[in-house]
Design a protein around this ligand. Structure first.
Ligand code: AMP
Length: 306
């Protein structure tokens, strides 16, 4: 039983109202793997980097229990690079640069040791690669969660629609849900997107939390109000890592347990935004995670006499 993570492993350039970094470790696969490693020690990463990617980061992922047997290192090539600039509200950002580099012709390899995959998370990557990974798993995983972004909706919508039919859960933000469905109302958008394939839909709303839709069921998880948010990069991936990490740990994919998984995602994302890059996810203790979950319980628990 394992959790296979597919996503970019990359360098990012980030500018927020609180600072600027030209080159820092990033990538959807990186954030998801670090985050999920707090819930299960059976995380297996599929991705590709260039020769320029630091060995220390790969070793650090291994130290956290993440297998990198499926991480290809391309000699003489450059890693994926993404650069973004956040607006003052920190909820919206502009992508300034996307250099695909090694991702341009990424052909994912699934090692034999990954074939026991029960939980699969397709992090933000070309829909074609996401599909290839599903096709190359000999047995369909118990649960497939997929993340994507506006970039792929704009340049690869047809491919994206094919993968949507193959997954169980889609995780996107409110802007992307509107773009994908053509509906402004998130309730109407959710209905249309569920008709495209995923039975469960998560719509992330940045500092305003996240919604989980399933047929006529609906659940809302808040985001933790924080005094300091430095860099929201990777918050969505971290959220997804916490979500699937909790499901993989408990082995329960009921809607009820997905509610708890959503809170785990929100809790982990609240750590992520406190520092630039994935650094805030490097060395958390179990107690840190437990205490943060407790803050969520305290935030939303109330008594009411009806
Ligand atoms: P998030 O803030 O959760 O949307 O994730 C940001 C991460 O996604 C960054 O670390 C980027 O390296 C990565 N990323 C941005 N654009 C892409 C893309 N087109 N394909 C794959 N990964 C991307």
């Amino acid at each position: 039983m394992s959790l296979v993570v597919v996503g970019s492993v990359a360098f990012d350039g980030i500018e927020t109202p609180f600072g600027k970094v030209d080159k820092i470790i990033g990538g959807s696969g990186t954030y998801i793997s670090y985050c999920a490693s707090y819930f299960t020690k059976n995380v297996k990463l599929v991705s590709v980097v260039g020769e320029d990617f630091p060995q220390e980061t790969i070793q650090h992922l291994n130290k956290k229990g993440v297998s990198t047997e499926g991480l290809q290192i391309k000699k003489g090539e450059k890693s994926f690079f993404w650069q973004g600039k956040y607006h003052l509200d920190l909820n919206s950002r502009d992508t300034l640069v996307t250099e695909l580099n090694v991702l341009a012709d990424f052909d994912p390899v699934i090692p034999e040791s990954y074939q026991d995959c029960e939980y699969l998370i397709l992090g933000n990557l070309t829909p074609q690669v996401q599909k290839t990974v599903i096709d190359r798993l000999k047995k369909r995983p118990k649960l497939i969660v997929m993340d994507t972004m506006n970039f792929w909706m704009q340049i690869a919508l047809d491919d994206l629609k094919v993968v949507l039919k193959m997954v169980d859960v889609l995780s996107i933000n409110d802007e992307e849900a509107r773009l994908l469905s053509g509906e402004h109302s998130l309730v109407k958008a959710a209905k249309k997107i569920q008709e495209m394939g995923p039975k469960y839909l998560i719509i992330k709303k940045g500092e305003h939390g996240a919604l989980l839709f399933h047929k006529d069921e609906l659940f809302y998880a808040p985001a933790l109000p924080l005094a300091d948010v430095f860099d929201p990069t990777g918050a969505g991936d971290t959220f997804a890592g916490g979500f699937i990490g909790h499901l993989a740990k408990t082995g329960d994919i009921s809607f009820e347990n997905m509610k708890a998984a959503l809170i785990h995602g929100s809790a982990m994302a609240s750590f992520c935004v406190g520092k630039f890059g994935p650094e805030a996810l490097y060395e958390l203790s179990d107690e840190d995670v437990q205490n943060r979950l407790q803050e969520f319980v305290d935030l939303v628990q109330f008594e009411i006499n009806l």
